[in-house]
Design a protein around this ligand. Sequence first.
Ligand SMILES: Nc1ncnc2c1ncn2[C@@H]1O[C@H](COP(=O)(O)OP(=O)(O)OP(=O)(O)O)[C@@H](O)[C@H]1O
Ligand SMILES: [Mg+2]
Length: 459
Amino acid sequence: MTHHAPLPGPRGLLNSLRARVLLAVLVWVGLGIGGIWFSATRVFTKHIEEQYHEELDVHVRELAGLVKIGPGEHIELTRPLSDPRYLVPLSGFYWQVSVDRGMILRSASMTRGALDEDVAHGPVIVHRLDNGPTGPAITYGLIRKSPSGRDIHFVIATDQRLLDETIARFTRELTLWLLALAVALVATGVFIVVFGFRPLDRLAQATSRLRAGTTARLDGHYPVEIAPLVDDLNAYIAHNTAIVDRARVQAGNLAHALRTPLAVITDEAERLAQDRGTSAPAAVLLEQTRLMAQQIEYQLARARSAAGSGAPGAISRLSDVLAPILSAMRRLHPDKRFDLVNHAGPEAAWPVDPVDLSELLSNLIDNAGKWSESRVQLVIGEDGSVRVIDDGPGLAVGDIARAFEIGSRFDPGKPGSGLGLAIAHDIATAYGLSLTLENRPSPAHGLVVQLRARGPTDP
Ligand SMILES: Nc1ncnc2c1ncn2[C@@H]1O[C@H](COP(=O)(O)OP(=O)(O)OP(=O)(O)O)[C@@H](O)[C@H]1O
Ligand SMILES: [Mg+2]
C-alpha cells in the first residue's frame, strides 16, 4: 500500500505549489532588491557628482577673486583659499594660477607636478578629466585678462579617486544593507509558504486517513478557499456511499426474493425426477436450479459484505475477529487441531469491516479444516499478514489458478458449494488486499493461503 512518488526532476519541482511560490518569492525579492540597488547607486552617484562639481566651481571663482595682479604681471594671493585641503601636501586638492608665458603660483598641496593651464579657455568655467599630480583629476579652469591684456589661467583640480572612493563606500554599505534585507525577505517568504500551505498538508493527512479507513469523511476545518472543495468531496463521498448501499440492498432483496420460487421449482423437479417418463428433463432442471441457487448464495454473500459500499472508517483487530472463528472451527472440525501464532502483537488490525474480515477468514480456515489431515496453523506475520497453513493434499497447479472462480470444486468427496474462495477473493479485492494460494514445499504437504496488504509489485 506504499505509494512511490516520482523523483523530483526539474518539472517535478514545478509540480509542487510550494516550490512554485518559493520560486516566485525568490524572483520577486531578487527583482525588488536588484531594482533598489541599481536606482539607489545611480541617484547617489549623480547627486554626489553634482555636489562635487558645484564645489569646484565655487573654488575656481574664489581663487580668481583672491588673486591680486601687480605691476609687470606679478601675481599673489591676498589670503589662502578657505578650504584647508589645498594646504595639505598631495591631498588631492590642487590649484594653479599662471600668467601667459609668465609667473606661476601653485597651492601648497602641490609639492610636485603641474596642471595643464590649457584647461582654461575663456571666461566661462570648463572642466575635463586630466592628469593631476596624484593621478586622474577632475580639472576646472577659467581665464581672466590682466590689465595689460595678458591671459591669466586659473585651474583647480581634485583627484577623481576621491569621488570614486566616496561612491564605492556608499555602494558597499548599501549592498550590505540590501543583502540583509533580501535574506530577511526570503526568510519571511519561506515562513509565508510554510504557514500558507499548512491547510493543504492537513487536507493531505485527512485524505490518507480516509484512504486508510480511519475516517469516513474529510475531517477538519479549512480556509474559505478550499473549504468548498472539501465540502463537495464529502458530499460526493456520502452520495456514493448511499448509492452503493442502495444497490447492495436491492441486490440482496432480489436474491432473497428468488430463493423461495427457486426452492419450489427444485421441489417440483425432484418430484418429477421420481417419475420414469420425466426423469431426464428433471435432471436438467435440477442441475440448472443448483447453479441458480449457487449464484443466489454468492450474490447474497456479496450484498452482506460492506466491502463494495465504499464506506470507509472500519477497522478490525485480528485477534478480536479470529477468536470466535477459531472456537467455531474447533467445534465444526473436532478432530483437527487449530494453532494461532501472532508475531504482530495483540493490536494488529486491518482497515476492513469486521463482518467482512470475519467472512473472509472463516472461509479460508473452514477450507483448511475440511482438507487438513490433523492440523491447521494460523500465522500472523510481523507486517500483519495472515497465513492459513494446513497439512492436507494441497492443490494441483492448474487448480490453484481456477480456485477463485465461482463454483470451482476439485474434491467432490467433501461437501460444499464452491463459493468460499470466490467470496473471500471478492472481499480481499474490494479492500485492495492480496489473497494467494500456494502449495507447501515438499516434503511437507498442504496448502498455504496468504492474505496481506497489496505491495507495490503486486498486479
Ligand atoms: N485448504 C485446501 N486444501 C485443499 N483443497 C482446497 C483447500 N481449499 C480449497 N480447496 C479446493 O478449492 C475448492 C474451492 O474452495 P471453496 O472454498 O471455494 O469451495 P468449497 O469449500 O468446496 O465450498 P464452500 O466453501 O462454498 O462451502 C474446494 O472445493 C477444494 O477442492
Ligand atoms: Mg470452502
